[in-house]
Design a protein around this ligand. Structure first.
Ligand code: IPD
Ligand code: CA
Ligand code: CA
Length: 257
């Protein structure tokens, strides 16, 4: 299944790269001015689903743009066909494809592919995490003031849901720096690779995080909600770190809760 996830992510990722700067139709989702979907998101999703169905026609599929299927299978593929749509519509080459595979509710395989950098992040449960086939590990940074953090904001951030703005200000004041890349799956992959030390976001969907959570865990990191409960793909509140700064990040998040 990991091989199929990798093949599908690679194929869709190449399609995204080829079409960067060529978006024709931008729609606004759920009546929200800033929540975009393009024909490229939908075509990427269709390509991925086609590949999965060729190999595993009876598996369940949960896909962001609604192309999934429910078969009561013990396996469920969780797909973000284009993570970083806002960047993509501006021609900013920070985006990826994310595919996670769940077995009886536990993520057992994940692939995140960034076609701009040609980087494929992968993990299988119990088998470690990899970047282009080479083992990766989280960083060893153990204090917030020397940690480079990353976050993202939900599309309704202007309503300041779940104290999103206060968390941002509080962590900005305590960390070395805070980045906002615009792709939650890449944020998680970069924590796994030790490029970033910690990531939080108040409201993720399962397709944003399913693959990334496993990749961080398999790279030696920790993923929880904001109260230190171990992560599930279906929990919106997400805190991922190298483990060493996890308690410090929880304490800062706790200030606004
Ligand atoms: C979004 C990105 C962004 C995050 C948002 C997500 P999309 O996904 O991952 O970084 O802050 O919460 O919805 O819409 O580009 O697939
Ligand atoms: Ca996403
Ligand atoms: Ca998406």
């Amino acid at each position: 299944m990991l091989n199929v996830a990798k093949e599908a992510a690679l194929e869709a990722g190449k399609f995204l790269k080829y079409n960067l700067g060529k978006v024709k139709h931008i729609e606004r989702k759920l009546g929200q001015e800033t929540n975009l979907v393009t024909e490229i998101d939908k075509q990427s999703e269709a390509m991925i689903i086609r590949k999965i169905k060729q190999h595993y026609p009876s598996h369940d599929i949960l896909a962001e743009e609604g192309g999934g299927q429910k078969n009561q299978s013990e396996f469920r593929w969780i797909i973000d066909p284009l993570d970083g749509t806002t960047n993509y519509t501006h021609g900013l080459p920070i985006f990826c494809v994310s595919i996670g595979v769940e077995m009886n509710g536990t993520i057992v395989a994940g692939a995140i592919y960034d076609p701009s950098a040609d980087e494929m992040f992968t993990a299988e449960k119990g088998g470690g995490a990899f970047l282009n086939g080479k083992r990766i590990h989280v960083s060893t940074c153990d204090s917030l003031i020397t940690s480079l953090l990353v976050t993202g904001f939900p599309y309704n951030v202007k309503e300041n849901p779940h104290h999103a703005v206060e968390h941002f200000v509080n962590l900005l004041m305590e960390g070395q720096g805070v980045r906002r890349l615009g792709s939650a799956a890449l944020d998680l992959a970069y924590v796994a690779a030790g490029r970033l030390d910690g990531f939080w976001e108040v409201s993720l969907n399962p397709w944003d995080k399913a693959a990334g959570v496993l990749i961080v865990q398999e790279a030696g990191g920790v993923v929880t909600d904001f109260k230190n409960t171990p992560a599930s793909s279906y929990e919106p509140r997400t805190l991922a770190s190298n483990g060493k700064i996890h308690q410090q990040m929880l304490a800062v998040l706790g200030k606004a809760l």
